[in-house]
Design a protein. Structure first.
Length: 105
């Protein structure tokens, strides 16, 4: 549910990068369709490198796209340090007592 409040970047680079998943699914679907309809030389075993070409083309397009208006995720504020836990008293030893402020020293 935390992702629901997240601001999505709409710069050209992030928009093109967001097309990677749908482009791969469409490419695989088309290659399997060609395999079923045409067969022979266009079977999936011969055409799978097209998927790599699609991934490379989209990666290249997103790398060349401008980042105007890019929204950078701000890191979470640092967590304050946790104070140390005093040791537990063991049988036969006196219980831990906090140090006393001695101002006469």
């Amino acid at each position: 549910m935390a992702d629901r409040n997240r601001v999505r970047c709409s710069c050209p680079r992030c928009t093109i990068r967001g097309l990677m998943g749908p482009a791969i699914i469409i490419t695989i679907g088309l290659l399997l369709l060609l395999d079923q309809t045409r067969g022979g030389y266009l079977d999936f075993g011969n055409t799978w490198p097209v998927i790599l070409l699609v991934i490379g083309a989209i990666s290249l397009a997103s790398a060349l796209a401008p980042m105007t208006g890019h929204i950078v995720d701000t890191p979470a504020p640092p967590v304050p340090p946790v104070p140390p836990v005093p040791p537990m008293a063991t049988p036969g030893t006196p219980a831990w007592q906090p140090p006393q402020n001695r101002q006469d020293q």
